[in-house]
Design a protein around this ligand. Structure first.
Ligand SMILES: [Zn+2]
Length: 318
């Protein structure tokens, strides 16, 4: 293992972003600058995820040693897929994308292996920190984030602080129901936002619509749906109007609940671009009390690289 010193006043933290396909680790400072980094495939299902995380951190330390003569570290910050028991620093549940990961006492294991203090949170919660320090959330006390990717994740910042709830599960915004008689969700709920606004669900619903029309196009993906939407395709437009309605419905409810001044939208679906944001702003305006709507911005997420890894590190300055 590389040589480093623990120093609570150090300027650097190791930020780790644990996803279903990749694990990124980097040396990050309080300004969110990345000094060096390492990225490895998670190999979910083949290798124990906790051992892969350790390996990525070890490789990063070895990498840093070459460029930084005496490495002082404040700690390790992890942003991870799954639901995180925030107080215990353990993985409460994880999807079948990372088999065997649920139940891992990640904080205890990493603290013991690296002799450094560790903070762990959910991957979307740490993205909200990236927004707070580097993105649209700078100087904003009340905002929420929606990450529209394979699934839909969320984070709430109230009074400048992430809302964790009783054990850390707060902000599961993908599982807010936007249709009480709607599509059953994998979580056991009905009509969850995720069933309409995730990249996966957009592609699936497009294939279903085409199927109904007698057109079999197995290869239609989210990007293709967006391209057709921009080109004025009627089916793609119908589908995206439903997506916008689902998102608008969820966002209006969240505005009424939290009185935020900013909604940040990230993930692959945000790449649908200006058209999505314009339609969404109109839809939210239609569904929100005028008195609550004033001053609420809806903005795309921070576009820099490694935003999850940076947010994971920034937990140390919270
Ligand atoms: Zn659900």
């Amino acid at each position: 293992m590389g040589v480093y010193t623990y120093d609570p006043l150090a300027d650097y933290v190791i930020g780790v972003d644990v996803g279903g396909t990749k694990i990124n680790a980097g040396l990050v400072n309080a300004q969110g600058e990345v000094l060096c980094m390492v990225s490895l495939p998670t190999m979910a299902g083949e290798a124990r995820t906790v051992e892969r995380i350790e390996q990525v951190i070890r490789e990063l330390i070895a990498e840093c040693e070459g460029s930084i003569p005496s490495l002082c570290l404040k700690g390790i910050g992890v942003g991870s897929a799954g639901q995180i028991d925030w107080a215990r620093g353990s993985i409460r549940s994880a999807s079948e994308l990372i088999p065997g990961y649920a139940g891992t006492a990640l904080k205890d294991i990493l603290q013991e292996r690296f002799q450094l203090p560790v903070i762990i949170d959910n991957d979307v919660n740490v993205l909200a920190l990236t927004e707070k320090y580097l993105g649209a959330g700078q100087g904003v006390e009340h905002f929420l984030c929606l990450a529209l990717g394979t699934g839909v994740g969320g984070a709430l910042v109230v009074d400048g602080r992430l809302v964790h709830g009783a054990w850390g599960g707060g902000g599961e915004l993908g599982h807010i129901s936007v249709d009480f008689g709607g599509i059953p969700c994998l979580c056991g709920g009905i009509g969850c936002l995720e069933q309409y606004a995730s990249g996966t669900s957009i592609a699936r619903r497009m294939r279903e619509k085409l199927d109904h029309m007698g057109i079999v196009e197995e290869t239609v993906d989210t990007r293709e749906v967006f391209a057709r939407w921009h080109a004025g395709d009627e089916t793609a437009n119908e589908l995206m109007q439903e997506t916008v309605a689902a998102l608008g419905s969820a966002i209006a409810s969240l505005i009424h609940m939290c009185n935020p001044s900013l909604i940040v939208i990230g993930g692959g679906v945000a790449e649908a671009g200006d058209l999505l944001f314009e339609e969404l702003r109109k839809e939210v305006a239609r569904r929100t009390m005028p008195s609550m709507l004033g001053g609420v911005r809806i903005e795309p997420a921070y576009r820099g690289n490694w935003s999850g890894m940076i947010g994971a590190a920034l937990q140390w300055w919270e």
